[in-house]
Each structure stands twice: as C-alpha cells, then as structure tokens.
Write a protein that binds this ligand. Structure first.
Ligand code: 13P
Length: 255
C-alpha cells in the first residue's frame, strides 16, 4: 500500500459565495485525473454547494477549517462534525496556527476536536509547527512533538491511520518565506519517526504528512520531491485556480 499524496487548499476567510463557486469551477475544469487527491477547504458557507459541484470527481474532496467537539447544542457560532459530514465534507483542518494564536486553541481542546471528527468519519488534517523564536532557538522538534502528543497521540493506532498531518512552520505562513526543502524534509522525517515510535513503522510509512507555509507553483516541485513530503496545505496560492492546479501537478512522476 502506498501513502496518499494530497494537495489541500485552505481558503481561510476568503471568497464570497459567487467567488468561491467560480474558483471551484475553474479548479474542476483544470483538474485532470490523478491518483493524488486535491482537497478544497473553503469557509463553511461553500461546502453544501461545492459538494454538488464536486460530486463524482474521484480525486477532489472537501474539507472544513474547524469544528466544535460537541455533538450539538447551545454553542452559538459553532459547527459540529455531524453537520460537516452531512454536507459531504471528508476532512477537517484542526490545530491551525491561526486558531492556536487568535482563538487560543491547544492541547486538550484539540484532542477533543480530533475525537469528534474521527467519530463522525471525517479525517483531521492536524497542523503543527513552531514559531520563529522556537526555530531560532533550535526548539522546533520539541514544540512539534508536544503538539502531536497533546492533540493526537491519545488515539489508538487504528484511529490514527485516518489522520493527515500538516507541518506548517509559523514563520513561513503567509510570509513568502518558505522552509527550504531540506528543513521541510528534516521535520517531516522527524514527525514520521515519532509516529513510528508511538505506533509502528507500518503506520508511520502510511501517514500522509503535508507541508504548509508559502508553498507556491515555483517551490512546490522541490518540496514535493523530498521523500517524506507527501504534498501541501496551501493558503494564498490556493485562491487562484491555475496556481493551485500547478502545485497539484508538482509531484514527481514516479513516486
Ligand atoms: P500560505 O500558503 O498563505 O503561507 O498559508 C499556509 C497555510 O497556513 C495553510 O494552512
């Protein structure tokens, strides 16, 4: 079994309904058949309509950018995993550094969100990554290890096999300052090794680990040619269909 390669677009808080529809249509028109998976993670308002548009396209899936851990109830402004499932979302981004920074999400809360996501048959795209000061102090491995231990490593191995990890160094997000392919590879290998120690080398080898942070059509090929980089979680460049498709087409042919 080969591990799945994925390019996911995190639209963040961008695109009105019409703009999102046009972007998705443009992506669909340019997306060729492929064994690799493209995932669109738009704001919630787009999911229902995009589920109709993408219906039947085998290599194009939908994801959300967040969800609450409770099943339902008085949580004004929140959305549940069951609701996301009901509009055909298959993935949920959790633990993004913007949620960690602006909404103080961390540790136990993220672990509960991961549990709810998996319970409803959705796959978490769990983000981890260090800030600039941690990188400069050489603490990136420690930080990422703690994030994975707090948010994911309570899972059983069979549950963990549904998780996608995104390594997103915070200093590279939206800054135009990409991690070098060597820096990305080093951290991805480190993460895979942690999974191997926690679960098994089999599970580690099958876990998709995405890189995120100023990934664009120019640098995607080199990043994706690293042995432990299985694709990307794309912010800014996912808002332009040709850029997103160009990144999607950046995997090495043989891999
Ligand atoms: P940019 O690609 O805009 O740097 O954003 C990356 C990101 O945060 C994806 O989740």
């Amino acid at each position: 079994m080969k591990r799945q390669r994925i390019v996911a677009g995190n639209w963040k808080m961008n695109k009105t309904f019409d703009e999102g529809r046009d972007l998705a249509i443009s992506i669909i028109q340019q997306l060729g058949p492929s064994e690799n998976l493209a995932v669109l993670c738009p704001p919630f308002i787009h999911l229902n309509y995009l589920s109709v548009l993408t219906n039947g396209i085998a290599n194009l899936k939908l994801g959300a950018q967040n969800c609450h851990f409770e099943e339902s109830g008085a949580f004004t402004g929140e959305i549940s995993a069951a609701m996301l499932k009901s509009v055909e979302a298959e993935f949920v981004i959790l633990g993004h550094s913007e949620r960690r920074e602006y909404f103080k999400e961390a540790g136990e809360l993220l672990a509960k969100k991961v549990d709810s996501t998996l319970k409803h048959g959705l796959r978490p795209i769990f983000c981890c990554g260090e800030k600039l000061d941690a990188r400069e102090a050489g603490n990136q491995e420690e930080i990422v290890k703690q994030q994975l231990e707090e948010g994911l490593f309570h899972l059983e191995e069979s549950q963990f096999s549904n998780v996608v990890i995104a390594y997103e160094p915070v200093w590279a997000i939206g800054t135009g300052k990409t991690a070098s392919p060597e820096q990305a590879q080093e951290m991805h290998r480190y993460i895979r090794n942690l999974i191997s120690l926690k679960y098994s080398s089999h599970t580690a080898n099958l876990t998709t680990i995405l890189y995120g942070g100023s990934c664009n059509p120019k640098n995607a090929k080199e990043l994706f040619s690293q042995p432990d980089v299985d694709g990307g979680l794309i912010g800014g460049a996912s808002l332009h269909a040709t850029d997103f498709i160009s990144i999607f087409n950046s995997f090495p042919v043989s891999g």
